[in-house]
Design a protein around this ligand. Sequence first.
Ligand code: ADP
Ligand code: MG
Length: 391
Amino acid sequence: MKRWRAFISAKPVVLVLALLLSASFGAIHGLTTAEFAVSAFYLIPICWACWAAGRWAGLLLALACAVIWYLADLATGHTYRHPAIPIWNALMLLALFVTVVYSLSAFREAHGHLLAAQLKLERQNERLEETVQQRTSALRSEIAERKRLEKANLQAERLATVAKIAAEVAHEVRNPLGSITLNLDLIAKQVEKLAGTSRHPAEEAHTLIAEMREEVSRIRLVIEEYLQFARLRKAQRKPVALNELLEQKLAFMGSAFENARVDLRTDFDPRLKTINADAEQLWQAVLNLVHNSLEAMPDGGTLTLSTQKADAEAIIRVADTGKGMSATVLDQLFVPFFTTKAQGTGLGMPLTQQILNEHDAEIECDSAVGKGTTFTIHFPLEQRRRDDRPA
Ligand code: ADP
Ligand code: MG
């Protein structure tokens, strides 16, 4: 169908067909001895040629039609009062045809200009739309980056306050705690002595002392965690072989996984060589995630630690098959002191985030209640210069 249409609109084909049509009108003219008037019909092939093949084709047809009309008129054998009348008539027709050709081609030209202008406008619009889209997406990513930095700054400010208070409290509590521990030891010895001289068994006193010791050691642990904040030093970044670092550190944790009946799986991407990080801090950040995963699987499960090299970043994933988090917990995950655990401090995640912020890394969390949680760290391979960041 398309081919046929292309063939019929080809200029030479149009010309030939238009000439044939004109000749057939001439034949009708001559054969009917001009009883059937056909002069106006010649406009059909002329207009067709002019529209489909241009002004010159139209003029050619106009001339051909005038000649055909003249020859056909001669063929009728009609006798005129003056021999120049048929020539005169042919010239008149020619003038009419030429006028039509000029008008039609002028209209067609204007129409063409209009189409071209419309096409140009459409193209400009398309280009404009493209530019707007590009600018919008650039702006969007800049806004997202700004928001991330604002959030990070806010978090850093909050943490700085927390760290200050924590340091004060820790300092105040640490010394009395030491003397309480010492006194507990003394009391234990006294109880032992008394038990030797009295009839009462010392078991109850020993249980109480053991419980007090346990509480004291828990307070000490909390204080240690607070102090970790207070003492969080500036990251000292060096090239670190990430896979090896994780392997080494995990090797020391074997018993922790065994005790928790957790199956540890690792999947390290060998394409990942070194990243620029403070090794101890980065491990601290990952360790907090690992601890949370272990605590989320009290009846055991699987913990998968993997690394992956992406375009411009190293990806670290910590995935567990634990209890997962509800939307409300997810919302407050990084809020200092937010915890759902009786023995929790709510400082693990904020510390992890703080460390990652220091490294220009980002953390993402994907969690489903009853199914498990996956933390994904995006660590940039190229260290961003501080002055590259938007103010
Ligand atoms: P803490 O562990 O002392 O409670 P964190 O800041 O480490 O404090 O974690 C905050 C809270 O986030 C936890 O109390 C827990 O509710 C939730 N959470 C963190 N990681 C996980 C995880 N892997 N699975 C389920 N819940 C988690
Ligand atoms: Mg924790």
